[in-house]
Design a protein around this ligand. Structure first.
Ligand code: NAD
Ligand code: UDP
Length: 332
């Protein structure tokens, strides 16, 4: 059985859907940023019923009970907080959920001799000093507490792996996950004002917000707006299944980027969304957002070689699926 922490969240729920094709799954989630109805949606899509435990990864006693009661082979660890701006306001909350939460989970895994782990890291650890494309060996630096929690956890996992060769660890650095399951039943539902581009565009398309603010058009990019490597969340989810397969055959720690290797600008994203969904997105160019970099996209060579991973879905699919979910899944 695979323990999926944060399995009712955006990326976790899509990964659970992929895992359920061949595995039994136990989801541990405290519903901090997700809703229980996602469990029914997973059931509707897969016809399967994963075990769900509402609880916190920082709860040592609960983890002890879970590892004692269930036969967990591997852990995919998504649980954590991810809002960059919020992490600047309340850094201790981020260190607590992300770093302390992961530490508590790792201690429970070691105690119960579960040594296989896939961890959600982020392209944010490449910081603002590296040239694109970002490859896994580049030096890391971070510009906000959220990124620093990911960097600290990566270091913790490195030390752990060097301390005992029984650990098999895969650190996945995600680029920009967008889109939704093609059923329209699960997707991204940010609470409050969205920070990220795609959910914001969807809300403008729906008339929930009057216009998109484009944060700067004077970057050193082809059209001056920021460039990112958007990856369809279902491709990302498949990457986790491949990572797990790899872990079971190989010892040690690996760090792998999950992106498409192709960057798109904010304007390209807006135009593609408009074309695919036949809807216009009013926008205004405003000042740059503090902390943003001009371009961010992945070197995908390592993912291709060691995971045999390739993204299948393109920007059109991402825009169509995000909009379909916004109209169907979010309202049910
Ligand atoms: P999400 O917020 O949708 O999912 C995270 C889930 O973890 C939520 O369901 C939340 O309720 C749960 N959770 C939070 N703290 C918890 C705790 N202490 N105990 C138990 N459950 C807890 O986020 P997501 O987009 O699915 O991201 C999943 C992981 O991927 C996170 O670690 C995030 O930092 C990382 N990541 C996300 C992105 C992105 O753009 N979405 C990019 C890079 C990395
Ligand atoms: N962006 C924007 N308006 C928004 C949200 C984002 O112009 O309302 C831009 C942002 O400056 C960046 C790109 O869209 O160039 C992707 O931003 P997002 O927050 O989704 O991802 P991140 O910057 O964290 O990679």
């Amino acid at each position: 059985m695979i323990l999926v922490t944060g399995g009712l969240g955006y990326i976790g729920s899509h990964t659970v859907v992929e895992l359920l094709k061949s595995e039994e799954v136990l989801i541990l989630d405290n519903l901090y940023n997700s809703e229980k109805k996602v469990l029914n949606r997973i059931d509707q899509i897969t016809g399967k019923d994963p075990v769900f435990i509402e609880g916190d990864i920082r709860d040592e006693k609960l983890l002890d009970q879970i590892f004692t009661r269930y036969n967990i082979e591997s852990v995919i660890h998504f649980a954590g907080l991810k809002a960059v701006g919020e992490s600047v306001e309340v850094p201790l909350r981020y260190y607590d959920h992300n770093v302390n939460g992961t530490l508590t989970l790792l201690k429970a895994m070691a105690k119960h001799k579960v040594f296989n782990l896939v961890f959600s890291s982020s392209a944010t650890v490449y910081g603002d000093k590296n040239p694109v494309p970002f490859h896994e060996e580049m030096p890391l630096s971070t510009t906000n507490p959220y990124g620093t929690t990911k960097r600290m956890i990566e270091e913790m996992l490195g030390d752990l792996s060097r301390s005992d060769e029984k650990w098999r660890i895969m650190i996945l650095r995600y680029f920009n996950p967008v889109g939704a399951h093609s059923s329209g039943l699960i997707g991204e539902s940010p609470k409050g004002i969205p920070n990220n581009l795609m959910p914001f565009i969807c809300q403008v398309a729906k008339g929930e917000r009057p216009k998109l603010n484009i944060f700067g058009n004077d970057y050193n990019t082809p059209d001056g707006t920021g460039v990112r490597d958007y990856i369809h969340v279902v491709d990302l989810a498949r990457g986790h299944v491949l990572a797990l397969e790899y872990l079971l055959k190989n010892i040690g720690l690996e760090i792998v980027n999950l992106g498409t290797g192709r960057g798109y600008s904010v304007l390209e994203m807006v135009k593609t969304f408009e074309k695919v969904n036949q809807i216009s997105i009013p926008f205004e160019v405003v000042n740059r957002r503090s902390g943003d970099i001009a371009s961010c996209y992945a070197s995908t060579d390592k993912a291709k070689v060691i995971l045999k991973f390739d993204a299948h879905k393109n920007l059109e699919d991402m825009c169509a699926d995000a909009w379909y979910y916004m109209n169907l899944g979010e309202n049910q």
